[in-house]
Ligand binder design. Structure first.
Ligand code: FES
Ligand SMILES: [Fe+2]
Length: 370
């Protein structure tokens, strides 16, 4: 039996196979949380699945702000590279590649924060956020090469919306735009974020297609009616607005869901009409065929115990359940380039044109109109 046969046999929708919807449907609570991040084994390779070979430029979430405390060092792996994150005594988050340029120790495993510098666990060389060595405690001289910026590759970092973001560019170019800020994230009238995360074994662009894939809402998510959608592509900004009629205890209400992305990594969804909820998303590639997907929900504090509290909970449950359902499909799919489309499908083609601007060698990304 070839590997491929083996994989095909494994994806039958049976409740004992962890990669299936039947298995996922049985899960709740901590089991479901663990399933979302667990490794999916027996997959085809990234080449066999025709996954993109390049990552797209943009700002990407590599941690929530609360996951990185002052003086803390944290390992992470994104863009097929091992990274070291730390927060200096000045409160600023910093990210450089994980391996020390001296003797190759992993700075994120046992490294310490010294002032604002990251001290290597092996011989205590101290590195700044530009990847330059500023201090070798046992030596009178620092090698000139070590003093240069990017002696260890470094990453531009911003911190907005409760997320630590890094800038990725395939050719290491400087940031081409600044990350967006969602006003509710800094508003004390809104709750702390409730956060959820998933590993999805697919590439960024394929996950992004999901938002414009209008026909799957019926077949994967069981939607009875497909809402009316408006799609707007404006430079680096993509806006999808859905208008729906919602049945509530107070009768039928007009609901609106506005879903905005600023490049491939950053986005938010604003639900209005029946209950005010904002979801901030973050999707970041780990490998060619693996992405880390985050969702963080906030709502007005005044609504937490009000009449719409139950509705907000229902929205969060529905959105996260939908992503569980998407994950089962996306973990196993192969990439069609281009997909074969028919009348009634969403604007896959236009979506691919939007994403093309984020690959190096394509047109420069266009700023969104003010
Ligand atoms: S390996 Fe980092 S200081 Fe030697
Ligand atoms: Fe979906």
């Amino acid at each position: 039996m070839s590997d491929t046969d083996h994989t095909a046999a494994q994806v039958e929708d049976n409740p004992h196979n962890t990669a299936t919807r039947a298995y996922m449907n049985k899960l709740a609570g901590e089991d479901l949380v663990a399933w979302r991040m667990a490794e999916v084994t027996g997959r085809l390779s990234a080449d066999e699945r025709n996954m993109q070979t390049e990552f797209m430029m943009g700002w990407y979430c590599v941690a929530y702000s609360h996951e990185l405390e002052v003086g803390q060092v944290k390992p992470a792996r994104y863009f097929a590279q091992d990274l070291a994150l730390w927060r200096g005594e000045d409160g600023q988050a910093r990210v450089i590649n994980a391996y020390c340029a001296h003797y190759g120790a992993n700075l994120a495993v046992g490294g310490k924060v010294h002032g604002n510098l990251l001290e290597c666990p092996f011989h205590a060389w101290r590195w700044n956020e530009k990847g330059a060595c500023e201090d070798i405690p046992y030596s009178r001289a620092i090698p000139p090469k070590a003093k240069r910026d990017n002696c260890i590759p470094s990453w531009p970092v911003r911190e907005v919306n409760g997320q630590v973001l890094i800038w990725y560019h395939p050719e290491k170019a400087e940031p081409q735009w600044e990350p967006f800020e969602v006003p509710e994230a800094n508003d004390s009238d809104w709750t702390e974020f409730r956060t959820y995360e998933w590993h999805v074994y697919s590439a960024m662009e394929n996950i992004a297609d999901n938002a414009v894939d209008v026909s799957h809402f019926k077949y994967v998510h069981g939607a009875k009616t497909v809402p009316e959608y408006e799609f707007e592509f404006d430079g680096i900004k993509r806006t999808i607005t859905a208008y729906l009629k919602l049945q509530t205890p107070r009768g039928e209400v007009d609901g609106k869901i506005e879903s905005v992305t600023f490049g491939p990594g950053q986005g938010y969804v604003r639900f209005s009409g029946i209950t005010e909820t904002v979801m901030i998303t973050g999707t970041c590639p780990v490998e060619r065929d693996l992405t880390h997907n985050r969702m963080a929900f906030t709502q007005p504090r005044a609504n937490v115990d009000g009449p719409s509290a139950g509705l907000t909970k229902a929205i969060v449950k529905d959105i996260t359940r939908q992503f569980d359902q998407d994950k089962v499909i996306l973990d196993q799919h192969v990439r069609m380039d281009p997909p074969m489309v028919c009348e009634g499908d969403g604007p896959f083609g236009r979506n691919r044109v939007y994403y093309a601007q984020f690959y190096a060698g394509q047109n420069k990304p266009k700023p969104a109109a003010a």
